[in-house]
Design a protein around this ligand. Sequence first.
Ligand code: F6R
Length: 611
Amino acid sequence: MCGIVGAVAERSITPILVEGLKRLEYRGYDSAGVAVFTQSGQLQRCRRVGKVAELAQALAGEPLNGHLGIAHTRWATHGAPSERNAHPHFSGEELAVVHNGIIENHEELRSRLQGLGYVFSSDTDTETIVHLLQHKLQQLGDLAAALKAAIPELHGAYGLAVISAKQPDRILAARSGSPLVIGLGLGENFLASDQLALRQVTDRFMYLEEGDIAEIRRDSVQIWDASGQSVQREQVQYHEGAEAADKGAYRHFMLKEIHEQPKVVQRTLEGRLGTDHVLVQAFGPQAEELFAKVRNVQIVACGTSYHAGMVARYWLEGLAGIPCQVEVASEFRYRKVVVQPDTLFVSISQSGETADTLAALRNAKELGYLASLAICNVGISSLVRESDLTLLTQAGPEIGVASTKAFTTQLVGLMLLTLSLGQVRGTLEAGVAPELVEELRRLPTRLGEALAMDKTVEKIAELFAEKHHTLFLGRGAQYPVAMEGALKLKEISYIHAEAYPAGELKHGPLALVDSDMPVVTVAPNNELLEKLKSNLQEVAARGGQLIVFADQQAGMSNGAGTHVVNMPHIHDALAPILYTLPLQLLSYYVAVFKGTDVDQPRNLAKSVTVE
Ligand code: F6R
């Protein structure tokens, strides 16, 4: 998704802008550009379709040197990926704007501004912002005043930054629905849509809040809130996750993040487990009182986070006896929903900025839910700020576009929720909480053992190199794990993959099975194992190639066309967390074999902040 970087400094800012864009590459984009107020006293820009490296190369050939600039990575929403649609957008030679988000009334603005004589050179909604600002600037003469006057006319979601050749000592920024952070330096200041972009130049940050407008100069920052009042925002010193933007010894961020899971699961559990129970306060001061009233749970999320919600449904109903519904946010937000009394609305999101999930939460607030809870990895995200209760996962920044450690930490958060609700409501069977708390403490070690199979899984991945389709099977809470396995494989290897509950096989998909269709199965040792084994017989009998990740006590062994990988034994309730790991590794190695762009798969963005 789009990224913004800005800098005002005494030193040359172009290398800072380009490095910032590189650090935002993980979000996904199709083009990139910079605008700099150059030493010749002009606003100049350079834009390229493709990677930031191509932009950097163009800038090496024709350098833009200056002390004020803004930069952007674009993920096309209005208008195709092309140089003319790439940001920054200009109005004449005076103003440059970069923008994340969507201006919904862009058509009306465009025709109004065209009527005033402005000539558009792109198909973007963003270009309406820069001409509108120019129009206001001509009337008001000051950039901050122009932005304040323009904001009420912009409908939609945006984080934006603007610079002017007439006031070349400042960056103006505005936030509404799309995050922005100011990086504070000594005699220099910066702006970005994600602090990761600025970790190279500072560790002091100020996060803009919804409706804020900021004027950033070399030696001062002034912020006005949505009501126009001058405000101070807290300065935050950032330590955590500094290493996350670095691949270390790993070939890809995704592999690094897969291997970080024991550590980040441990962190997600820290401070949340009592001797034999979960500390309900982990969900916030009002949690205990609210949880006591919960009679139903509605979970809403997208993609991988939705799969985490699907697993949680088995837990909430199976362990805590609490009815639970799970829905993808893009459906929930447009559906007429019947809300059961005393229903807790739970949103799950790595980024906390996913447009559909946020919209679902905003709708839910009008629908009479008991309260809203966000399970999220980003403490300063919109989802967190707008929810009544929060449980932060501690996955650290996730750079690989395909979600891995965010998913397993979400599952941990959802298990904590299940146990907390069950404890407070008194619906857990005796002994369940102490037993699972003990198992959760052992979980990081088990995950480490599963990751030790890395090389075995790499070998199996070779089987997929020439395949075009794959089936993933699971039963019970392993069905969403199979769905997540299929999603990972298609995202990064571009192999078509579908997941089915194993019992559905004979109701249709069995027709697809032959020697060209590998079938991947997760088989913990539980009450469904025998049924699963007979489903697998159905596959083997049709010449299908089976890859089974099975509990070491499940009594399954290699046979003709059947590859069994023994997994460490684990409590059945936590098996979805453990069995996710070999599926992540499998997708990763298949993608490496196929030579795809593992960390930035085609057509995908890390944070989907538009609908
Ligand atoms: C898949 C993936 C996506 C996200 C989805 C929701 O690997 O990462 O499916 O899970 O876009 O994103 P968040 O969790 O940030 O709301």
